[in-house]
Write a protein that binds this ligand. Sequence first.
Ligand code: ADP
Ligand code: MG
Ligand code: ZN
Length: 485
Amino acid sequence: MKGFESVIGLEIHAQLLTRSKLFCGCGTGFGAEPNTQVCPVCLGLPGALPVLNRRAVELAVLVGEALHAHTNTSSVFARKNYFYPDLPKNYQISQFDRPLCSGGHLYVSDGGKRRRVRVTRVHLEEDAGKSVHLDDAGGRRTLVDFNRCGVPLIEIVTEPELRSPSEAHALLKALKQILEYTGASSGNMEEGGLRCDVNVSLRRVGERALGSKTEIKNLNSFRNVERALEYEIERQAGLLAGGTAVLNETLMWDAGRDRAVSMRSKEEAHDYRYFPEPDLLRLELKGDWIDDVKSRLPELPEARESRFVESLGLPPYDAAVLCGRRALADYFEEVARLTGEPKSASNWIMTEVLRTAKEGATDEFPVTAANLADLLTLVRSGRISGKMAKDVFARMAGTGETADDAVSRMGLRQVTDVREMRTIVDAVLSENPKSVADYARGKKKLFGFLMGRIMEKTAGQASPTLAESVLRERLEGVREGDANT
Ligand code: ADP
Ligand code: MG
Ligand code: ZN
């Protein structure tokens, strides 16, 4: 690798969250019985004609705008011709030289550095079906499920500007976050809602021209993206170091064996014979319509993160965690708004809430924002201590009770009344005459011992600050005001 730098560009496919497919009314739900979500259009039967799904265009434009791309008022669907068993039409409707959106950028943070990476284009296309390879009692055979045929995808292509596998990972993460915020895609890699092809080449440091690249197709996890790039960079570096040229080829990642295998070289590359799709009109969008879609853009992760730091005073780390998912950021903001205390809302969410949410393995929050806000208010008013609040929270998460109900069912309250505290402290002092006498002779460490006795007597329900000040008052004759009631 010495003397070389890696150059990476990504092609990312994300499934759009529409109810129906891109060119027909079939459903898009994940996990349906094979071949139950199909019709003559998505099966490519002769004479069937595609009709464009308006919602898919809206979502694609929303993503384009979120990526600061330019939405073209005129774009063209194109036929990409190739034969494959899971592609019954023998062509895929995509976009080629006139994509829906052009240009754009997003920011990636990697290793403490934040860089702007340009996006080449965002276009619409339909997905293909799925081949299922079986080798069981029924023998070795391949079945085809056409449910995915015609499911709407957007393809997002970046410029070759990424410099490392971890930066590619960071870009994918940032993109997934944007997809989730806009509601355009689940970005769920496990269900095939987000897939990535990586392109990588090496060049001598200081050189401007790009080296010969390879492409690794269809990576379906963040880990595989990073791992495949690491593998391929090392392989190319080995070739170049030995004076061998890198062949321009398409590879497939074999995660099981942790290596990439060649699918085809550029000489055998598909000639897709792209031409404008004759069954669809060119897609003309009015400026007003584009503006209307744009006006529905939510506050995006970057902006939200800075606002959490600048207006709400959160540490950047908290802001980044809380803005990781839109639902989490919304939850936090609700608690912060109801309590007026962003930092304590953040502390609670980053610890108790996220931990409990993880344990329960659901995406739902274990306690509603309103209930959590009430709990934090009880702590601030001194009715319960921060320590008690954790137990109360655990109970609320289990039972769904409000903070007040949980506190009273648990028989919790915090002793915050000065007179009541004096009675307790006096009782503790008269039960421990020797400690009091030793303290008076200078054994100051006994203060802690007596504090412990007070906590014991109240079963942990004494407000520590009040207990401390009353104990000091009694031992030192320093009199505190009655302000703590
Ligand atoms: P192809 O014709 O092989 O599809 P494109 O020029 O359309 O290549 O680019 C596809 C992807 O490959 C883009 O993400 C682009 O940034 C990336 N890419 C192009 N050339 C290189 C290169 N020399 N090294 C790394 N990535 C590249
Ligand atoms: Mg390509
Ligand atoms: Zn259909």
